[in-house]
Design a protein around this ligand. Structure first.
Ligand SMILES: [Zn+2]
Length: 104
């Protein structure tokens, strides 16, 4: 027959076991959550990096509308076909596009 002390010991053993299980589940959930959030953050960071790369490329180069060659932004003529690279016109068109978009 079990004594009262043994009953308490059994109950304590059980509760401590239960607590360890709960801690383990808790830790696992946090790890899963953190990993998932980290993946989302990584995705957003990668998109930012890609956008920045595109932005830098577009700012650094101007494309010849005739032969599609990429020329550095400081050049006035296409290095391949010699067509004048009209940056002024491009920025004006962009401004007009922006104006028409904002007026909508
Ligand atoms: Zn060209």
């Amino acid at each position: 027959m079990k004594t009262k002390k043994q009953n308490h010991d059994d109950e304590l053993n059980y509760l401590e076991f239960e607590l360890r299980e709960q801690y383990m589940m808790f830790g696992k959930k946090i790890l899963d959550y953190v990993n998932n959030e980290q993946i989302q953050i990584d995705k957003t960071l990668n998109r930012i990096i890609e956008e920045k790369k595109c932005k830098i490329l577009e700012e650094a180069y101007i494309q010849c509308h005739k032969c599609m060659t990429l020329n550095t932004n400081d050049s006035n003529y296409c290095k391949w076909c010699g067509t004048p690279l009209d940056k002024q016109e491009e920025t004006e068109n962009e401004l007009k596009e922006n104006e028409s978009q904002s007026s909508k």
